[in-house]
Write a protein that binds this ligand. Structure first.
Ligand SMILES: Nc1ncnc2c1ncn2[C@@H]1O[C@H](COP(=O)(O)OP(=O)(O)OP(=O)(O)O)[C@@H](O)[C@H]1O
Length: 895
């Protein structure tokens, strides 16, 4: 009875008493009063006991009193722990309603077990938990009784709190997560993350709790509870982790973070100096003999003892629930959790578009972490992101989620997009107008689909130039930060620029000049971008792709603190971080500490279904500024037809210098490619290569020139020498006729005579400019080789004279040679230097090397591409040569 007496005399158990519906505070008040009353009875019983001989047991009267007292205590405990908080955890409990016995912001008293101070007179032991403090038990869940008890406490909390409020970060360092097995429905519904079983996972849980505390300290409110539930400390956990737990115990309650720890404090080695720290605000259960536990004083001012000795009677732990009960409750809750954790594209979009300012950075919701929205930023702390995921992991979808989220929050004055995709596919087609849908995303500045590396380089150069321009603006304004400039000069449009490069590693393939320049530019953008509002998101599907960047330059990766690993995308994380190993499609690891283990957050991102994406695009498109231009699109696979090129279509005789147009340059905005043909020596055009595209290029060059002369002021001699060029030469004739110029079609046999005429210095003097257009010039080679028996001049001599002197007298040659060797031999020992304008089609690199005088040429022949070589100004450019519709299809047929 002495024991019981001490318990009662010193007890100030504020949480004992009250009806379920009353506020906990007033219930505590009533409980305290009840205890005070009980104390006087017990003191009296003590006095009676002292009158009797010591050790002869408890008198009938005092036993009766003890029983009365225990019964009263039990009633008080029951009042404090309504429903799930104190019920017997057996089958019938399954019928109790969930979500009604506790509320956020109120301390939650919970039943831990019971005690029987005197035979036949037991009562429940209750301690304050979530909302008021933490629980720790020194045995870990390898003891089955502890494992069951832990499940019981967890179940009580889960079933008592309103649905969706509790987040659980479970750690099981001893039984591979078995302890939490019956709760698996919650994991499968993604309401709870999978229990973590090792030290890095545990550290990650701690980091998550710390981040949450930091966020709360920063003023962010989070209407949920995070319960860190450790069934056993993982191997290797030590002082560092204990200290972190201790800090969390201190600061957690104010941020809604609570601890339920088994195996804490860990056993101390004999003589060990480093005991685990005592955790603040924690009710500690300590194993004692006979399978019972002593209970420390709980947190708060109402304590079991006046001398910190805790509850004076030992506690038998609750036996815990049968698995079937846990499963039944979890099934019920998981069902609604599934609805709550479901993510869809619209959930990422703001209620109203274009309400945010990007002065301090860009932020958008990218998915959910459990029930919480996951917001990621492109700002000073995380200026650039690296995204990894094997093919099919949802990388495109993730990027669409991010880009549509940003484009919906920030107006085009706040954000401008440069999108580059190197793979086959249509990832970024969602941003551009198409034949079936004329809408586009007004923020999209350039969009490259199936881009060439050279195009990528051009985009990077554009960004670099813009960065330099901004640096100058900043200097001029006397400020160092973009934010200061924008605040001070609201009139200056300076949106944040975001470049997204999918399959960026393609840029580095080949280790050639393009790769070197790409690395240098990326490094510059990554290093300086943050200061000038330029951000990069680089995505790759291969680990080697990511490694390529590592090996190119070590320093660049420090600039990408935010890593996003989708399924199979662990390459963007630290080598020791296997967080992305078992991700499902639609899952992602977010790591803002450059991928180190222990800093992972696992999120779900929604599918970007075509219907929702189109709806959002139309919304943004309709809100664009009137007259806003669509993005500059470069689709690597697209044919370039002259009559679709606005520059070609707009050609008139009213030009200063006439240009023979041959295609579109692979660069931002696809500038029209061509050569000036004037009186400068060498003003002739040779198209080289067996590809039938050669005939089309010649057609386009001739037709473009024809448009630049007033009707009747130019003359054309057309020599269609090969069947493959028949259609193109017919089209050329039509174009010339349409422009109102005289023309003549000549045969191979007539060619020589015409060359002889044109070789005369006065051939075109004073008359219209003459263009000799030869389709398949190589065919004439042998005819031209023969010498005239009277003059001893060969056709080649005539040709070379035309080339050497023609431009000065208004004669230009435009020819398609299918073979470079024929071209060279036709032009003679000067190696063809008289022809300054060349278009190389499907030529091997050594032949291109011989033309440009650089035998280490990196030219790679590929369909729908040509190399423009202008010897006048030593210019080389990758171009998409003009074709007439259908030409490329024919090539495919031949292939
Ligand atoms: N969050 C998600 N939820 C459901 N389905 C998804 C999700 N993300 C992607 N998917 C589906 O997975 C498939 C592949 O997605 P996606 O095209 O984005 O992959 P990817 O990684 O870009 O692949 P690739 O590199 O081969 O283009 C698509 O059919 C898409 O609908």
């Amino acid at each position: 009875m002495a024991t019981l007496g001490r318990v009662c005399a010193s007890s100030r158990v504020r949480w004992a008493g009250g009806r379920a519906l009353e506020s906990v505070a007033s219930a505590f008040g009533r409980a305290v009063a009840a205890h005070r009353e009980a104390v006087s009875h017990v003191e009296a019983a003590r006095a009676r006991l002292r009158d009797r001989s010591a050790g002869d047991g408890v008198s009938a009267q005092s036993r009766e009193e003890a029983q009365r007292f225990a019964a009263r205590m039990q009633r008080l405990a029951e009042g404090l722990t309504p429903g799930w908080l104190g019920c017997r955890l057996d089958g019938p409990a399954a019928d109790l309603p969930t979500g009604v016995d506790a509320a956020l912001g109120r301390p939650m008293p919970i039943r831990l077990g019971d005690t029987t101070p005197v035979a036949g007179s037991g009562f429940s032991v209750v301690a304050p938990f979530v909302g008021a403090g933490h629980l720790a038990i020194d045995s870990d869940a390898r003891d089955p009784a502890v494992a069951r008890w832990l499940r019981g406490v967890l179940l009580r909390v889960l079933a008592a709190l309103p649905e969706g409020v509790l987040q659980v970060a479970a750690v099981d360092g001893a039984t591979l997560g078995t302890v939490f097995g019956p709760f698996r429905e919650m994991v499968e519904a993604e309401a709870w993350p999978r229990p973590t079983i090792d030290l890095p996972g545990f550290q990650q849980v701690l980091a998550e709790a710390e981040e949450r505390i930091e966020r709360a300290q920063g003023g962010e409110s989070d209407p949920s509870v995070l319960l860190v539930c450790v069934a056993a400390m993982p191997e290797g956990a030590g002082r560092r982790e204990w200290s972190r737990l201790s800090a969390i115990a201190h600061a957690g309650p104010a941020a809604g973070v609570f601890l339920l720890l088994a195996g804490y404090p860990p056993p101390q080695h004999p003589g060990g100096l480093n005991a685990a720290p005592r955790l603040e605000g924690t009710t500690a259960l300590t194993a004692s003999n006979g399978g019972v536990f002593t209970v420390s004083d709980p947190p708060g001012q109402h304590r079991f003892s006046s001398d910190d000795s805790g509850l004076a009677v030992p506690v038998r732990l609750d036996a815990g629930p049968p698995d079937t009960l846990v499963e039944a409750v979890c099934r019920r809750l998981a069902k609604s959790a599934r609805v709550q954790t479901a993510t869809d594209f619209t959930m990422l979009m703001p209620n109203e578009i274009w309400q945010q300012s990007s002065i301090d950075g860009l932020r958008t919701v990218v998915g959910r972490e459990g029930r919480t929205e996951c917001v990621l930023a492109l700002d000073d702390a995380t200026p650039h992101w690296l995204v990894g995921g094997r093919t099919g992991s949802g990388k495109t979808v993730f990027l669409l989620d991010v880009l549509y989220g940003l484009a919906s929050r920030y107006s085009p004055d706040e954000l401008s997009l440069y999108l580059l995709d190197f793979k086959e596919g249509v990832s970024f087609a969602e941003f551009t107008p198409t034949v079936v849908d004329p809408s586009w995303i007004p923020h999209a500045h350039t969009v490259g689909i199936e881009s060439d590396r050279e195009y990528g380089l051009a985009v990077l150069r554009t960004l670099s130039r813009e960065m330099t321009r901004r640096a100058t603006e900043l200097k001029r304004a006397g400020v160092t930060k973009l934010a200061d400039l924008r605040t001070g000069r609201p009139d200056v449009a300076m949106p944040r620029l975001l470049a997204v490069i999918d399959e960026f590693h393609v840029l580095f393939e080949g280790n050639d000049v393009v790769a070197q320049q790409a690395v240098a530019l990326l490094e510059e953008l990554a290093r300086k971008g943050r200061s000038y509002g330029v951000h990069l998101i680089l995505a790759s599907q291969t680990i080697s792709g990511v490694e390529a960047l590592f090996t190119k330059t070590d320093s660049i990766f420090g600039q990408f603190p935010l890593r996003v690993a989708l399924a199979g995308g662990g390459g963007v994380l630290d080598q020791l971080n296997d967080g992305a190993d078992n991700l499902p499609i639609g899952g992602a690891v977010i790591n803002s500490a450059a991928g180190i283990p222990g800093a992972n957050r696992v999120i779900r991102f929604p599918n970007a279904d075509a219907g929702s994406v189109a709806t959002q695009r139309h919304l943004l498109w309709s809100a664009r500024r009137p007259g806003g231009a669509p993005p500059m699109v470069f689709a690597g696979y697209a044919e370039q037809h002259p009559d679709q090129d606005p520059t070609f279509v707009a050609l008139t005789p009213d030009v200063r210098r006439r240009r023979a147009l041959v295609g579109r340059t692979v660069a931002v905005g696809l500038p029209t490619a061509g050569f000036t043909l004037d009186a400068t020596p060498g003003s002739h055009l040779a198209v080289l290569g067996t590809s039938p595209v050669g005939a089309d290029v010649l057609y386009a060059a001739t037709a473009s020139l024809a448009r630049q002369y007033a009707p009747g002021t130019a003359r054309f001699l057309i020599a269609p020498l090969v069947a493959a060029a028949d259609e193109a030469s017919d089209a050329t004739v039509e174009a010339i006729a349409a422009a109102g110029h005289p023309y003549e079609t000549i045969s191979a046999a007539q060619l020589r005579a015409r060359l002889a005429e044109l070789a005369q210095p006065t051939a075109s003097d004073g008359g219209p400019t003459t263009h000799l257009v030869i389709f398949g010039a190589d065919v004439a080679s042998s005819l031209l080789a023969a010498s005239d028996p009277t003059t001893y001049r060969s056709g080649h001599d005539e040709l070379r004279d035309v080339l050497a002197n023609g431009p000065t007298h208004g004669v230009h040659l435009l020819g398609w040679w299918r073979s470079v060797s024929r071209f060279s031999s036709d032009l003679g020992p000067t190696g063809g230097n008289e022809v300054a304008c060349l278009v190389a089609l499907n030529l091997p690199s050594n032949e291109v090397g011989s033309l440009v005088g650089d035998y280490a040429s990196e030219w790679q022949s590929r369909p729908n591409r040509a190399l423009l070589i202008d010897r006048h100004d030593n210019r080389h450019a990758l171009i998409v040569p003009y074709v007439r519709p259908g030409t490329l299809d024919q090539i495919d047929e031949y292939a």
